[in-house]
Design a protein around this ligand. Structure first.
Ligand SMILES: NC(=O)c1ccc[n+]([C@@H]2O[C@H](COP(=O)([O-])OP(=O)(O)OC[C@H]3O[C@@H](n4cnc5c(N)ncnc54)[C@H](O)[C@@H]3O)[C@@H](O)[C@H]2O)c1
Length: 330
């Protein structure tokens, strides 16, 4: 993956910070940057949900630096932003159920940590910040496909924390004349996504179950739909948002997805075919805070950023399975 560049400008003379770079999406961004000879790539991560193993392959690169630190500590953010041109902000506590169980922790990392990163970026003279928002901001809106300007009421503390990011992102861009772009990810999946723990996402959980001949457990009736998006598409969006010079992008938010949806029952069907498993799924109670249907309109990202999702769900799942089978999973 990542052999074709998504950017046209030179990056060998640029310094990048990836917060949450030891996590799933962050480590994929790091992989892309190092593959394309970025001048410097710094990761700030406290390893709370990420893993040192995810960045081990990069550790020996002379242009790579890992700072074990916490975005809740302004000093750690200031240290990490020193000498940095561009910040990819991925650090956060993901998961709706986690935020329902512990809203203070989610707020501290996702909202307060976010402002710390913005302040440190502002004071270091960072050129642009691209941050991870989430489709969860659409909340109870029934409109499909989701268009950036039409959101509903958020349904969980996690969704509120991501909405908070968007509000602060816009205000910081205006007040401090910063370039800040938010990407609303729609169910990202792929290599290095953690399949373990009570807050693991559906695709790694299902793959792990099927590969171990266990029945995958679906919350609800399985007819809920998602716009599942392979991680390389998200990396492309980040790179283009960061290095795209179109001023219309600044201070804006963009849906990052494929623009197609499948139900969880259909997803299991695809995975069973790809794995050759014959184990049937089981069903359990619906989760509170979850949205029923999710499908993105990606026109804005296509038009303004030149985003063009290369990977459809089947190809993405195939590559994800290969990674799981390679035994690199934890
Ligand atoms: N995966 C998805 O489908 C999805 C969907 C929407 C939004 N997002 C957002 O994308 C971003 C990346 O998510 P991911 O799936 O890669 O999750 P992840 O848990 O794999 O990565 C998050 C990383 O942030 C780090 N981190 C957490 N708290 C920190 C702190 N206080 N200080 C420093 N580092 C900290 C973790 O250790 C981890 O490495 C998050 O902001 C998440 O909310 C993800």
């Amino acid at each position: 993956m990542y052999t074709t560049p998504f950017h046209s400008s030179e990056i060998s003379n640029k310094a990048f910070l990836v917060t949450g770079g030891a996590g799933f999406i962050g480590s994929n961004i790091v992989e892309y940057l190092l593959k394309h000879n970025a001048g410097k790539v710094v990761v700030l991560d406290n390893l709370s949900t990420g893993f040192e193993e995810n960045i081990k392959p990069f550790a020996s690169a002379p242009n790579f630096q890992f700072i074990k630190g916490d975005i809740c500590e302004l000093d750690d953010c200031i240290k990490a932003c020193t000498g940095i041109d561009y910040v990819f902000h991925q650090a956060a506590l993901g998961s709706v159920p986690r935020s329902i169980k512990n809203p203070i922790a989610t707020h501290n990392v996702n909202a307060t940590g976010f402002i710390n990163v913005l302040i440190a970026a502002r004071d270091a003279g960072v050129k642009r910040v691209v941050y991870a928002s989430s489709s969860s901001v659409y909340g109870d809106s029934k409109i499909l496909p989701k268009v950036e300007e039409q959101i509903g009421k958020q349904l969980s503390p996690y969704a509120v924390s991501k909405m908070t990011n968007e509000l602060y992102g816009e205000i910081f861009a205006k007040t401090y004349n910063m370039q800040i772009i938010g990407l609303r990810y729609f169910n990202i999946f792929g290599p290095r996504q953690n399949p373990q723990g009570e807050y693991a996402a559906a695709i790694p959980l299902f793959i792990n179950a099927l590969l171990n001949n266990q029945p995958p457990a679906i919350n609800g009736d399985g007819e809920q739909t998602r716009d599942f998006t392979f991680v390389a598409n998200a990396v492309q969006a980040n790179v283009k948002a960061m290095l795209e010079q179109n001023v219309a992008a600044e201070g804006a938010v963009f849906n990052i997805a494929v623009g197609e949806r499948v139900s969880l029952n259909q997803l299991i069907g695809i995975l069973k075919k790809l794995t050759g498993s014959t184990v049937d799924q089981t069903y359990r109670a619906e989760r509170s805070g979850d949205i029923r249907d999710s499908l993105a309109d990606i026109t804005k990202a296509k038009t303004v950023l030149g985003y063009d999702p290369e990977y459809k769900i089947d190809e993405g799942l195939q590559l994800t399975l290969e990674w799981f089978r390679s035994g690199l999973k934890k």
